[in-house]
Design a protein around this ligand. Structure first.
Ligand code: XMP
Length: 510
């Protein structure tokens, strides 16, 4: 990959955000842990040092060998990175006595420096640090200050090494992207060629040379990642891509037939396998959430294994893995954490897992997957679908699962989700669904007493599902949806709306 930027991660919560901002500039970048410096640095045109929860003054402060970087390539230190370059080059860093978290404004900026092109005095920046630089190292020059932070930005004279105490990657730093662009494009000379179209072109060429005329199997889920991976592979190897779409009986109402039709319309070579009965049989009588998940996972593997045997001479398994799944993380508490991978006994693996693995999306973020999908001409409704868990409605039916409960929940879910679409709310919500509770309550319909099920509606805002907040849906919408559910879905006489955030709750109820 040409025009590559290296981000060395010291464990900051914002490291992935730096990468996303850089990618938004149409520049490719990779994140590596600070203690796993790539052997071949020649492919990187610039290096960024991230922030960190550590103090440079601590005994266990993370160290990095910059001998092949500093003075040889443009280098940007952010927060910890800036303090690190100050402290270990003869400057002084101390605990700060004023609170330096949140918004601040630049009170002085060296406007004639290309680094601050287009950024003026007063520009808002985001601070998040406990230590502060009290004295610059020799040969360094202050470029910007805020009210509380004298050295909000500095550079080493006669080399392209720049340091900033604030976080340009956070949206609250209003000119943060401009600063990154100044550094990467104007100073480091990195070309802005990383576009979805360019990604498609290079990935298709890579896949063609890697796979040649061999066959690939891919499990489609109806979700964005597996769909985009399938379309990319289809574009590369055509009919040699064999997709398998399994109905586990726990999908949304009509989802199996609708999505299958959509896939076929896209020209994909896809086999729909209706294994609903097999899943429901295996789940019968089981109420424990973790055991239900395990059963669904096991049966999926069995079904997928059976189906993959039907594709003769398949050599590859394609997966829709995306970049956040593969970035090795630096632990904020226990030092660099080795990524722990579960090791399987190779002899005991299902046959499809012995195939070579191809992961065409493993270097891109979720928002980029959508942009790539759009560039491949995939329908907007497919790309904008809410996330849906692999175990499907199985973890939204609390307690044991029966066909009757699945049907009730599918009806409720369809009314809720279609309502969100009709009211123009669907795209404002990150994920929405309904839970069938193991609770019967008393109601009255006409003159009859009822004793029926309760459902909970859940709609959340989130960026990655790690944290989430409930959505303030209009009362009129909730009122109409509740009426429609109780009137139309037999067996349900009560609807509640979940107003819990994550944490402490989770998005799914199981
Ligand atoms: P929680 O409930 O942990 O969910 O807040 C966070 C996100 O993960 C999805 N989720 C799952 N996805 N298999 C999946 O493929 C699972 O077992 C599973 N459990 C939760 C959930 O839908 C949400 O988007």
């Amino acid at each position: 990959m040409q025009n590559n930027v290296l981000i060395l991660d010291f464990g900051s919560q914002y490291t992935q955000l730096i990468a996303r901002r850089v990618r938004e500039l149409n520049i490719f970048c990779e994140i590596k842990p600070y203690n796993k410096l790539p052997e071949d640095l020649s492919i990187y045109k610039a290096v960024i040092l991230s922030g960190s929860p550590y103090s440079v003054r601590a005994e266990d402060a993370p160290h990095v060998n910059l001998s092949e970087i500093r003075g040889k390539k443009p280098l940007l230190g952010v927060c910890y990175g800036a303090q690190y370059l100050a402290y270990f080059n003869g400057g002084n860093v101390e605990a700060s006595n004023t609170r330096e978290y949140g918004r601040a404004n630049l009170s002085h900026v060296s406007g004639d420096e290309p680094f601050f092109k287009g950024v003026s005095k007063g520009s808002q920046v985001w601070m998040s640090h406990a230590d502060t630089i009290k004295a610059l190292p020799e040969g360094a020059q202050c470029l910007a200050s805020t009210h509380d932070v004298e050295f909000a930005a500095y550079r080493f004279k006669n080399e392209d090494t720049y340091c900033i105490q604030f976080h340009p990657e956070v949206y609250h730093s209003t000119d943060g992207k401009q600063v990154l662009q100044n550094f990467l494009v104007d100073i480091a000379g990195v070309a802005q060629t990383w576009t979805p179209d360019a990604f498609v072109e290079t990935t298709v060429a890579d896949l063609q040379s890697k796979i040649g005329s061999q066959k690939v199997i891919l499990g489609l889920s109806g979700g964005v990642d597996s769909t985009v991976a399938a379309v990319l592979l289809h574009k590369s190897i055509g009919e040699n891509l064999h997709c398998i779409f399994v109905n586990n009986g726990l999908l949304r109402k009509n989802e199996f037939t609708d999505v299958l039709k959509q896939y076929e319309g896209m020209g994909l070579n896809v086999k729909g396998v209706d294994a609903s009965a097999r899943f429901l049989d295996a789940l019968a009588g089981e109420s424990d959430p973790e055991k239900k998940r395990k059963i669904i996972g096991r049966v999926f593997i069995e079904v997928f294994d059976d189906e993959s045997h039907k594709v003769e001479n398949a050599q590859w398994l394609a997966q829709g893995t995306i970049y956040p799944d593969v970035i090795e993380s630096v632990s904020a508490t226990g030092g660099p954490s080795a990524t722990i991978k579960s090791h399987h006994n190779v002899g005991g693996l299902p046959d499809f897992m012995k195939l070579k693995v191809v992961e065409p999306l493993k270097m891109i973020f979720k928002d980029e997957v959508r942009r790539v999908g759009a560039s491949l001409g995939i329908d907007k409704t497919l790309l904008g679908r809410h996330p849906f868990p692999g175990p499907g409605l199985g973890i939204r039916i609390l307690g044991d699962i029966t066909q009757e409960k699945v049907t009730i929940l599918q009806e409720v879910d369809a009314i809720f989700v279609n309502g969100l679409k009709e009211w123009g709310l669907y795209d404002k919500v990150w994920q929405a669904g309904a839970m069938l509770l193991p609770v019967n309550s008393v109601g009255v319909m006409g003159d009859e007493r009822t004793y029926e099920k309760c459902v909970a509606l859940r709609a959340v805002e989130s960026t990655d599902g790690m944290t989430a907040d409930w959505v303030n849906l209009p009362y009129e919408f909730l009122q109409k949806t509740s009426n429609e559910i109780i009137n139309k879905v037999r067996g349900v006489n009560r609807v509640v709306y979940d107003i819990s955030s994550k944490p402490p709750a989770t998005i799914e109820w199981e």
